[in-house]
Structure formats: C-alpha cells, structure tokens
Design a protein around this ligand. Structure first.
Ligand SMILES: CC(C)(COP(=O)(O)OP(=O)(O)OC[C@H]1O[C@@H](n2cnc3c(N)ncnc32)[C@H](O)[C@@H]1OP(=O)(O)O)[C@@H](O)C(=O)NCCC(=O)NCCS
Length: 189
C-alpha cells in the first residue's frame, strides 16, 4: 500500500450515506420489492413479488407502523429496513419486529446495515415499545454486535431460524436521542 493511501475500511467510512423514510420516495417500491423477493423468495410460503409491492405501499408513513427506511448513496437507494407489527405468524403477541434488512452486495461491510437496524430500533422506542424482535437464519453475529440477544430457535418457513430480541430501555439505540428530541418526525430520518 502506498504511504499516503488510507486502508480500505477508512475510505469506506467516508461514503456519504443518508437514511430516509420510504414515504419520501414511493416510486422505489418496485425496486425494494425486487431486492426482498430475490433475497427471501425461496423461503416456504414466500410472498409473490406483487404481494411484496402491495405490502410496501402500507409502509408509506412516518412515525407509525408499518414503516420502512431506505439508505441512499447520493441518488441511489442501496439498502432497506422495516418496522412491522408482526413478522412471525406463530408469535402474534410479540410486537414490533425488524424486517426487510437488506444492503446491496457492493455496499456491504461498511456499517450501512447497522445504521438501518439502529434507525428502526430508535423508531420502535420513539413509538413507545420497550422491546423489538427479529428472526434470522444466519445473521446472529451481526445483530449481537448491536445488543440483540437470542431468545430461542424455531423452525419456520422451511428453515432453522434464530428469534432475537433487543431491550430498548436497558440498551437504547445510539440514534435515539436525536429522534426523541423531535416530536414530529422530519422528512429526512
Ligand atoms: C446482513 C446485512 C444487512 C448486513 O449489512 P452490512 O451493511 O454489510 O452491515 P454492516 O456493515 O453494518 O455489518 C456487517 C459486518 O461488517 C462489519 N463491518 C462494518 N463496517 C465495516 C468496515 N468499515 N470494514 C469492514 N467490516 C465492517 C461489521 O462488523 C459486521 O460484521 P459481522 O458480520 O461479523 O457482524 C447484509 O449482509 C445483507 O443485506 N445481507 C443479505 C440480507 C440479509 O441476510 N439480511 C438480514 C436478514 S435477518
């Protein structure tokens, strides 16, 4: 490496990433639905692409459930994460859930997924929820680094899933101060 060249990870952190509600750009719903379908369409009882698009239309709101956040690099959407009432039909009493966590492959391992997850957690706390849930087949370590804990294992949608939970009171997400200070959510999240 040349003497004046920064290590790759330092350059990565200089990416100008912005998070915003999907409500600001409804026209990208088909793109997000395609990402999600390519990623999770193989699971048992998977939604169709059309169902995913229809469902995301209900996410066009701020400060309410369901909602979706989009990560942007300049004018390009590069990631998503949603806050939904329930994501596991067999645990209907557990509310709310983190879902649709996705970052385009070429933008991964630069902290963008973590920012999306923390933003959703902050939204859940803002809305008064003390706890949030998720399930994952293989990303346990990614979530553990942000304070999520394994609740239990469950076979669901044809795969072995780890159900995880995060206590938002004991372990508040780092973005929470800023978002709590603003009673009405600004257009840019
Ligand atoms: C899971 C996913 C959302 C993570 O997104 P991401 O933007 O790569 O996430 P982050 O960069 O915040 O963290 C990912 C890893 O990169 C590491 N990382 C973060 N910044 C880094 C950097 N600058 N340099 C190197 N590594 C870095 C993190 O420590 C983390 O490591 P871990 O996997 O050991 O926990 C992404 O891989 C993805 O979209 N996967 C497919 C969909 C999916 O599985 N979603 C989760 C469903 S439960």
């Amino acid at each position: 490496m040349a003497e004046n060249q920064l290590p790759e990870t330092k350059l990565d952190t200089q990416l100008d990433i912005r998070l915003d509600y999907l409500a600001a750009t409804p026209k990208i719903i088909p793109l997000l639905a395609t990402w999600h379908h390519q990623q999770w369409g193989h699971l048992a009882n998977a939604s169709t692409l059309a169902q995913r698009k229809a469902r995301l239309k209900h996410h066009l709101q701020r400060g309410a459930i369901p909602t979706t956040f989009v990560a942007w690099h300049h004018e390009q959407p590069i990631g998503s994460a949603s806050l939904v009432a329930n994501d596991m039909a067999t645990l209907p009493e557990w509310i709310p859930w983190l879902a649709n966590v996705y970052v385009l492959p070429e933008y991964r391992r630069q902290g963008i997924g973590a920012r999306l997850v923390q933003r959703v957690a902050a939204e859940a706390l803002d809305l008064g929820y003390p706890r949030i849930y998720l399930y994952t087949p293989d990303q346990m370590h990614f979530y553990e680094t942000m304070g999520w804990q394994t609740s239990h294992l469950r076979h669901y949608r044809g795969a072995d899933m780890t159900v995880m939970t995060r206590d938002l009171i004991v372990n508040p997400p780092p973005t929470v101060k800023g978002s709590l200070a603003t009673p009405t959510q600004p257009a840019s999240a």
